[in-house]
Ligand binder design. Structure first.
Ligand SMILES: Nc1ncnc2c1ncn2[C@@H]1O[C@H](COP(=O)(O)OP(=O)(O)OP(=O)(O)O)[C@@H](O)[C@H]1O
Ligand SMILES: [Mg+2]
Length: 256
């Protein structure tokens, strides 16, 4: 199983939009694959995105993680092309997970343990994370083999990305895990502004030797419109953002 964490400790940088675009894009690119998308944020953005509701007595990602409830109870199917992907949705309950896992033995590796114990098998597992650096995110970091960093091109971008490289080092030093930072995805990129251009150049200079700096995804209202209509961008309308995410997905599928 190929595990990809979409993360940045900054909020509102298109983590959820990117996680959905990559998970659904992979399904369209490789219809034969089994794909799991985990909504790893108590905001439940993915649940909202697809208009999903909790089913099965409120079983969701949080109960799977904290209580070891069967993962199937938390799964909902999202139609993509002629098939579907599985989504494990979250709710505000996930914000209590840190406290509830506090006394667990090897609590940072709870998620890894759950997958192993329940023998969960997919071709790809894509995780959308919240911007909070907490125990849940640490669990994603000890679980995912690959990390993808969406980032808006502004003055904070470099320090936030640096922080994730530092976290990767911590994971390597303490958890016998060596994740690969696949790359940085410049998001909501406005090529007309010099701030965006300068930040993009600075990011390339600083990080190109360490990871891929992908082609920017331009600012495009189609993304918001598709989300309002609860449709995936590829099926909503032709757009530059859809084209950008399609290329990103192809690159990712070649890399992992
Ligand atoms: N390329 C784009 N062009 C225009 N708007 C975009 C683009 N990508 C994402 N957005 C919009 O930006 C907002 C934030 O996106 P998103 O929710 O994906 O970010 P996030 O990093 O997951 O946020 P959070 O930290 O709150 O989880 C959303 O309203 C989304 O529709
Ligand atoms: Mg989000």
């Amino acid at each position: 199983m190929k595990t990809l964490l979409v993360t940045n400790i900054k909020g509102g940088v298109a983590k959820s939009s990117t996680a959905v675009a990559v998970a659904t894009g992979l399904k369209l690119l490789k219809p034969e694959t089994k794909i799991l998308l985990i909504d790893g944020d108590p905001q439940g953005s993915i649940k909202t995105y697809f208009g999903l509701k909790l089913q099965n007595s409120d079983k969701d990602f949080s109960s799977f993680l904290v209580e070891d409830t069967p993962f199937e109870d938390a799964i909902q199917k999202i139609p993509v092309g002629d098939s579907h992907i599985d989504v494990m949705i979250s709710s505000r309950k996930l914000s209590e997970a840190d406290i509830r896992m506090a006394a667990f033995h090897r609590r940072e590796e709870t998620l890894k343990g759950r997958f192993k114990k329940q023998n969960i098998q997919y071709d790809y597992c894509i995780i959308d994370s919240s911007p909070a650096m907490n125990l849940v995110l640490l669990n994603f970091m000890t679980f995912a083999d690959y990390w993808l960093i969406p980032a808006t091109m502004d003055a904070f971008a470099i320090s936030n990305i640096n922080y994730l490289f530092e976290q990767k080092k911590i994971i390597e030093d303490f958890y016998e895990k060596s994740p690969t930072i696949l790359g940085i995805v410049p998001t909501m990129f406005d090529k007309r502004t010099t701030v965006s251009q300068q930040a993009y150049e600075a990011i390339k200079t600083k990080f190109s030797s360490k990871c891929q700096v992908f082609e920017p995804i331009g600012i495009d209202s189609t993304i918001k419109k598709a989300q309002v209509k609860k449709q995936i961008i590829y099926e909503f309308a032709e757009s530059r953002a859809a084209e950008g995410y399609k290329n990103l997905t192809k690159n990712i599928s070649r890399m992992i």
